[in-house]
Design a protein around this ligand. Sequence first.
Ligand code: TYD
Ligand code: MG
Length: 453
Amino acid sequence: MAKTKTTFFCQNCGTQYAKWQGQCSSCRQWNTIVEELIQKTDEKDWRSSENPKKQPVKPLRIQEIDGTAETRLSSGNMEFDRVLGGGLVPGSVTLLGGEPGIGKSTLLLQIALMIPYKTLYVSGEESQKQIKMRADRIHSDSENCYVLTETKTQQIFRHIEKVEPEIVVIDSIQTLQTDFIESSAGSISQIRECTSELIKFAKESNIPVILIGHITKEGNIAGPKILEHMVDTVLQFEGDTNYVYRILRALKNRFGSTAELGIYEMQGSGLREVNNPSEILISKHDDQLSGTAISATLEGMRPLMIEIQALVSTAVYGTPQRSCTGFNIKRLNMLLAVLEKRAGFRLGAKDVFLNITGGITVDDPGIDLAVVAAILSSNEDIAIEKDICFAAEVGLAGEIRPVQRVEQRILEAEKLGFAQIFVSKQNNLPENKGNIRIHRVSRIDEVASLLFG
Ligand code: TYD
Ligand code: MG
């Protein structure tokens, strides 16, 4: 087969070079020069050239275009479907990114085994036997799941023509290699070429393709940023590997919202869907402990009850320590300053530790009031009653500010059996709603006296 011609381009300024060099002489950036394909041949088509030529597309009036929504392929995994916006769109390309060991292969193998369509799971990382062992571990079996260990895209397309799958999974894009480029697997030009071949295949065959992508130390999907532009949907699987909970979220979605969130629990036998996340994020103590407060927060569109734990103690060393997990340290320092200045609590000489249980990270400002309540509860060493929760932001003047979608948060709190919720006065809510009593407060000191007398 005739080798196609490649050349080198700077990814930053576009200058062309005959061979690779470390620094671009034009824009002076380092490591931006990559090999790219310049001569396209017919062979590059994912089909062999004997196939009848595709009909050329012509411009249509917008009224003439068939607008009926494409039927989506449901994966049978509710959390996964929700994040996609209701299932896989035919012909779409989805990229699933995540740190090593987070469970990307497990999630997609589980879906491949569960989905009621013929699936081809292509792995460039594990042997068929290893995949079978994993399938045994998650106690799943399927007549419709084909497994292939292969890294050459041309071979993969050949197998696809034989197997005729309805869904293709590639684990991972960094291991693939096309014959048209000489550089090694995982290099930027390989990743880009293989992705564009797969996209072309998906669009022409209407078969959805899911790609697994590795993440670099900085948290980006390894490979060119352009990869994220090329695919239709970018999903991220995240979580702390020390904890069992995993969160699936959409960073980009051409066919749905990016606000949805899927939650899983990693068990000995695969990933379990967590349909009611609030229940697991709140620890069930029999006795009340000081320093904990529950917040009604939102993750995307989904209401979520989370538990915040604070520990306030006299600083042993000169400089008091402040540390938090799952919460922004700058915001913690701001809230402590507000407590000191606006409500007269002497916290300047105390160590403050803050923790959001379950290993999740929250950036909803609506958890401010719960953070403040947890800190005060630990400082006073008085427990907050178990049936109380909070949903409000705290401003620099010590005022309690309203949060968005407060009704949804209250509904979730009531569903989980909370009897009282603290919200901002500006939310304009009645005093009671169903079985829940609504405390409308406007200042921190008001909250402190209601809680601790
Ligand atoms: P894996 O899917 O291989 O991660 P990735 O493809 O993202 O690199 O998941 C690996 C981790 O998941 C590994 O540390 C073991 C754990 N695991 C379980 O706890 N239970 C299981 O049933 C499986 C299959 C894996
Ligand atoms: Mg893997």
